[in-house]
Design a protein around this ligand. Structure first.
Ligand code: HPA
Length: 272
């Protein structure tokens, strides 16, 4: 069976479980899965119950699709994503994004945990992604293009919608949150960066570094979705502070900011 048919079978499996498919979806990054519990009238579908859906085994990533409401609006929340560093190829990593597109999602909010490359940031800050640098060493659109998904050479001039970034700013003001903007760079991982790599990334214009989001953003734009990206700066990047990096710190910071993070997301969704 070809990839397009697999995506549509998965979408049909989801459609069969819910009354109405939302037009807005949120992908929850490491430690940020709590938002899925804030949804009203929720239907929770473990990924294992969705045909062809790949599994992720990273600690802090749950593996379920929750469809419910926030401020009366229908939302699909993905708690758990799979990463290239787990050994998945980029088509597998972006399968969930394809399914969301096939379901009719038009607005995709991608969230992640990221290291702060910009020394003006501090641990626990939330950042709006203005643009990205793809240093993953691959692109999810490599291979024959399926025109049913989108064009061969999609434009990437405005991956992250300026309208949605403006809405994020307004929502942040309403909840009294300072919301810096910046460029997110995606690397393959899973090892964290070296201090030399972080100096290099800063030089080329990165503000935050992580191991996700960019493939999903590319695929979402390929399908014509509007994308908003939010990073939780869970730690300062390697070499910024005189201490080693640790996944436990990432998870701990994400947990610490969850109330702010949920308030911001709810504020954004309320204005969509
Ligand atoms: N580097 C890469 N990915 C990350 C980091 C980091 O410092 N923190 C959270 N995800």
């Amino acid at each position: 069976m070809d990839y397009y048919d697999q995506v549509n079978e998965a979408a049909a499996a989801v459609r069969a479980r819910v009354r109405e498919v939302p037009r807005i979806a949120v992908v929850l990054g490491s430690g940020l899965g709590e938002f899925a519990n804030a949804l009203g009238e929720a239907v929770s579908i473990p990924y294992a119950q969705i045909l062809h859906w790949p599994a992720s085994r990273v600690i802090g990533h749950e593996g379920r699709l929750v469809i419910g409401t926030v401020r009366g609006r229908g939302i699909a929340a993905l708690s758990g994503r799979c990463h290239v560093y787990e050994g998945h190829d980029l088509r597998t990593v972006t399968f969930a994004t394809r399914v969301l597109g096939a379901l009719g999602v038009r607005t995709l909010i991608l969230t992640n945990a990221a290291g702060g490359v910009n020394t003006g940031f501090s641990r626990g800050a939330l950042m709006v992604i203005d643009d990205h640098l793809n240093l993953m060493g691959g692109n999810p659109l490599v291979g024959p293009n399926d025109d049913r998904f989108g064009p061969r050479f999609p434009d990437m001039t405005e991956v992250y919608s300026s309208r949605l970034r403006g809405i994020a700013d307004r929502a942040a003001r309403e909840v009294g949150l300072t919301l810096p903007h910046g460029v997110y760079v995606a690397l393959l991982g899973p090892s964290y960066e070296t201090p030399a790599e972080i100096r290099y990334l800063r030089t080329i214009g990165a503000d935050a570094v992580g191991m996700s989001t960019v493939p999903e953003a590319i695929v979402a734009r390929h399908m014509g979705m509007d994308v908003l990206g939010l990073s939780c700066i869970t730690n300062m990047a390697a070499g910024v502070l005189p201490q080693p990096l640790d996944h436990a710190e990432v998870m701990e910071t994400a947990r610490r900011v969850r109330v702010q993070f949920i308030a911001l997301l709810e504020g954004i969704i309320g204005q969509l």
